[in-house]
Design a protein around this ligand. Structure first.
Ligand code: 6MZ
Length: 348
């Protein structure tokens, strides 16, 4: 049976700003995908990292490759995206920004354009079914694929920003942080910014990216993914911190992901503490709820128990996340109103 505390975190209305679509696929959806493609001989333990287990970041990236094999048609993407959206809604997430890297597949005829269209279709279907969640989409650049693909991706995102009724709001830069260098991607990112796409960039997810982080912070991005090694105590620098603070760039922080991916030694040493104590906008997120076997309620509960936050502080943390969303101000106001309405229920 759920404990009273667990219920509070589930009832807490939440904003999810850092969720990779294919990393968010649940066990239930993986089962459906495996039954569609038995010939691949993929087992459950190849798509998720269970409780108490840890892998290197490199091993995590192998897991994404396995999931990508399972998700290679429009039908798969539609099912995965609708399932993921409904699961976030069931977890009390009221506003979700999903991100995903458009892929093409010659064998199935999947194109990058159809990929984005299919995610948008899933969002619209959930809206038509009145699922209680507002969803936006960030088109992702996988840094591994280099500057030309990055520029292509920006152009695709630009087209959809203009033609998706406000559903495509921005761009994400992600992928294996140890591969490639952000400096080659600057022209693409600059173009995205100039055309009005919001930028959420994975930054300093691993150590020794000081120069890259400094360059990317000059854009500046609208939000930062992880930012694990920005501050001086862990090998970053005060000047990086100053840039983040001066531009008031919110951080998307993913506790379980960072600990399971071994970039942070334990929850107590997570950089949430540093940024939260500074009073800097910090948003709790899941990253890859399927791969890391978590959900957003658990992540809030984990932050609260690790850093000693009471219910009022947790409420404030979730409410302040609204200010960091990429959707327009009108929606922020609506969400704040929703939080007010839901407050008595969460605290009863
Ligand atoms: C960097 C990550 C990531 O795009 O196919 N991705 N990039 N750091 C992380 N920390 C663990 N987790 C996920 O979702 C999977 C892709 O998201 C990015 C990687 O590029 C991965 O291939 P999509 O929906």
């Amino acid at each position: 049976m759920e404990q009273q505390a667990d219920i509070f975190y589930r009832e807490l209305p939440k904003v999810e700003l850092h969720a990779h679509l294919n990393g968010s696929v649940s066990v239930r959806t993986v089962e459906k995908l495996i039954s569609r493609k038995p010939q691949l001989n993929i087992k459950h333990d190849m798509t998720a990292i269970g409780k108490g287990q840890r892998r290197t970041l490199d091993e995590c990236f192998q897991v994404f490759k396995v999931i990508h094999q399972l998700v290679d048609t429009e039908e798969d993407i539609l099912m995965v995206a609708t399932d993921v959206i409904k699961e976030f809604a069931a977890d009390g997430v009221k506003y979700l920004e999903l991100r995903s890297t458009p892929r093409e597949d010659n064998n199935t005829g999947l194109t990058k354009r159809r990929y984005v269209e299919t995610v948008i279709k899933a969002i619209q279907q959930c809206k038509n079914e009145e699922v209680d969640i507002d969803v936006r989409f960030l088109v992702a650049i996988d840094r591994r694929n280099g500057p030309e693909v990055a520029m292509e991706t920006v152009k695709l995102a630009e087209d959809f920003m203009l033609a998706s009724d406000g559903l495509v709001v921005g761009l994400d830069l992600s992928g294996d942080p140890t591969v490639g260098h952000g400096k080659y991607l600057l022209p693409a990112l600059q173009r995205a910014k100039n055309c009005g796409l919001k930028l959420s960039l994975h930054l300093s997810e691993v150590l020794s990216q000081l120069e890259e982080s400094d360059l990317l912070l000059n854009l500046p991005p609208d939000r930062i993914g992880h930012g694990t090694f920005l501050h001086p105590e862990v090998g970053g620098s005060q000047s990086l911190v100053d840039k983040v603070v001066k531009n008031n760039i919110p951080l998307e922080l993913c506790l379980t992901s960072n600990v399971k991916g071994k970039t942070v030694p334990c929850f107590a040493k997570h950089h949430f503490k540093y940024w939260y104590q500074l009073g800097h906008p910090s948003v709790i997120c899941t990253d890859d709820k399927g791969v890391f076997s978590t959900d957003l309620s658990q992540e809030y509960q984990l932050a609260a128990s690790t850093f000693g936050l009471g219910p009022d502080a947790v409420w404030e943390l979730s409410r302040r996340a609204i200010d960091c969303i990429f959707a327009p101000e009108t929606l922020k106001a609506q969400l704040k109103h929703k939080w007010e309405e839901l407050q008595p229920q969460a605290f009863q």
